[in-house]
Design a binder for this molecule. Sequence first.
Ligand code: WQD
Length: 319
Amino acid sequence: MTWLVTGGAGYIGAHVVRAMVADGRQVVALDDLSTGAASRVDGAPLVVASVLDRAALDRTISEHGVTGVVHIAAKKQVGESVADPLLYYRENLTGLSTLLEATRDAGIDRFVFSSSAATYGLPDVDMVTEDTPAVPLSPYGETKLVGEWLMRDCATAFGLRSMALRYFNVAGAARPELGDPGVFNLVPMVFRALDAGERPQVFGGDYPTPDGTCVRDYVHVADIADAHLAAARALDDGAASATYNIGRGEGSSVLEVLDVIGDVTGRDTKPEIVDRRPGDPARVVAAVDRIRDGLGFSATRDLAEMVESAWAGWRRRHP
Ligand code: WQD
């Protein structure tokens, strides 16, 4: 009864490994260390390999007696995917299909997949449900949606049971050393600006939202990890395939996030409002009823906990 966690040395994967180990599960992490770090993997063996390496997958599955897979290894930058779609299709979709071939041939039927709110594109609804039309706007979002289709087809063809988890805006860290090393999302970009003595930039102040700035559903990475645990448990208990949003069901505007960052860091976060960023939806907030009813999961950490823990991690990396 071992779970393979691909991308297990990355920001989200390391949190999932940690949560599964804490839950008493046998885990093996697999990561090519392109963005991950071996030091993040605690309490589980790490296989350094790519999900594109079929032989390494077969070896890992047989040596560790893998019975379920949590597939997190992927490229995840929207802008980069526009510039290099072939990279994203290879890493995210050829990677997925290689892994699915290996799991099928090993007779494994339990599969948890990292999907994304990027599958929805520009949702024109107050609360995004899993039935809101998925119209991704980037190659990144496309690879996640097509990945979900591929798993659905594998369910029909050979009985794969999969859980697609659509993450909303992930932030925070369970421990400072597990913080997000990237500077691509709002919270770390604001930290970077503060350290550089610059004003944080807000991309657009004229959106049709209460304060004119974009609204997102920020969710703590430790909650994301708990949701994976709930999905793995459900598959162990025989659950059928499903797709779930992982968010808090609560929106925060960019200005609200800046206020929390100001409170936590004690810095002046008065922003500079600049032009809109192309492709940014005004509001993306998850409906979370389905995951609550289906997996008994609800996020428990708030925005202040996300920002406090992210700041502790940032200070550790930027003393
Ligand atoms: C959040 C808000 C920005 C930086 C992306 C992907 C999504 C998912 C999460 C992977 C937006 C605003 C940001 C800044 C700003 N990724 N902002 N100033 O774009 O909501 O989601 O990451 O699955 O698929 O699209 O996240 O953190 O980039 O931005 O005003 O310096 O903060 O405009 O409204 P986003 P983000």
